[in-house]
Design a protein around this ligand. Structure first.
Ligand code: APR
Length: 318
């Protein structure tokens, strides 16, 4: 397959390090460029000793960011601060908005052709921040900007498998909407294999999936949010994207992308088809049951507000 360079920005962090390891083990990656404002040189030295063919290099400080990004096919961004107990993803906005904007400006300059995957929370706002930043610099391609909400799918698949004693590898639960609280909407009625839930079970399972990130934040007791499961989910998303770039279009669920599926919100997570240019097609959300229809209507104001907050951060800075 073709040579593929992946740049990982925020590579020395809790998500960055395990994600770097998973990418070092990925057969579609030829070059892995690790960037952080922290000690990423040590991470790169450590990782480079693993005997897989992926070439690893560490870059630190803004003056090395251009070299890190140059020629990248895929840029994955987990840079930013994580949640502490009692915080919502939206509470991260003030710090992470500026970090994402700054990094995206560099991507626009040094790797305008790359597919960009954003992990930094709040994803519902950081994706619109990236889009507006790229638009202002004249290099926005909606097919190439993806919010990584795939941890919601990973969690939904795990929890539904466990609840019903199903084989993990067989279970697929589409998750639509956004990536925060009530904007995370698992479509349990579209679970494969088909599973039936009572209304009470459906509500309990939906709550469990929506609160899963907060459960990890509480369990880590001030030491951050999900890192290993997030890295796993992001590695899956990256693999699917690289497969698409290499000319093997494949459907991957739940990416938060520019979308017309719900007219009130310009970004929305549904299944997407990944292809040689990034997102080849937004698949839509299929038929919802009455519980899901109500949950979708209820989430729209929150999702709309979080998206607008991101747009305003770039368009009408405070
Ligand atoms: N450029 C590059 N790296 C940065 C920058 C920046 N401007 N600002 C912060 N970083 C780096 C930090 O040095 C750190 O190594 O980002 C990394 C973040 O790591 P952690 O603090 O361990 O946070 P993590 O758990 O990885 O979460 C990062 O992902 O899921 C989201 O909500 C989460 O927004 C958070 C992000």
């Amino acid at each position: 397959c073709e040579a593929r360079k992946v740049a990982l920005l925020g590579a020395a962090g809790g998500i960055g390090q395990p994600l770097a390891l998973l990418l070092k083990m990925n057969k579609f990656v030829t070059e892995l460029a690790l960037y952080d404002i922290g000690n990423v040189v040590g991470v790169a030295a450590d990782l480079s000793h693993c005997n897989t063919p992926v070439k690893v290099a560490g870059y630190t400080g803004p003056e090395e960011l251009g070299a890190c990004l140059k020629g990248a096919d895929l840029v994955v961004i987990p840079a930013g601060v994580p949640r502490k107990p009692g915080m919502t993803r939206d509470d991260l906005f003030n710090t992470n908005a500026g970090i994402v904007k700054g990094l995206i400006e560099a991507v626009a300059k040094h790797a305008p052709q790359a597919v960009i995957e954003i992990i930094t929370n709040p994803v519902n706002s950081t994706v619109p921040i990236a889009a507006e930043t790229l638009k202002a610099l004249g290099v926005y391609d909606p097919k190439k900007l993806i919010g990584v909400s795939s941890l919601d799918i990973v969690r939904a698949n795990t929890f539904v498998s466990e609840a019903r004693g199903l084989d993990m590898k067989d279970v697929d639960v589409p998750v639509i909407g956004g990536h925060a609280g009530a904007t995370i909407l698992p479509l349990l009625s579209q679970t494969t294999p088909a599973v039936t839930f009572t209304d009470a079970e459906k509500k309990a399972m939906t709550d469990k999936i929506q609160n899963a990130g907060t459960v990890v934040v509480e369990a880590k007791a001030g030491k951050g949010s999900a890192t290993l499961s997030m890295a796993y989910a992001a590695a899956r998303m990256a693999e699917s994207t690289l497969l698409g770039l290499n000319g093997e279009p494949n459907i991957y669920e739940c990416a938060f992308v520019a979308s017309e599926v719900v007219p009130e919100v310009p970004y929305f997570a549904t299944k997407v088809l990944l292809g040689p240019q990034g997102v080849a097609k937004v698949m839509g959300m299929g038929e919802l049951d009455s519980f899901e229809k109500a949950a979708l209507q209820a989430m729209i104001p929150q999702l709309k507000g979080e998206i607008q907050k991101g747009i305003d951060f770039v368009k009408n800075p405070p």
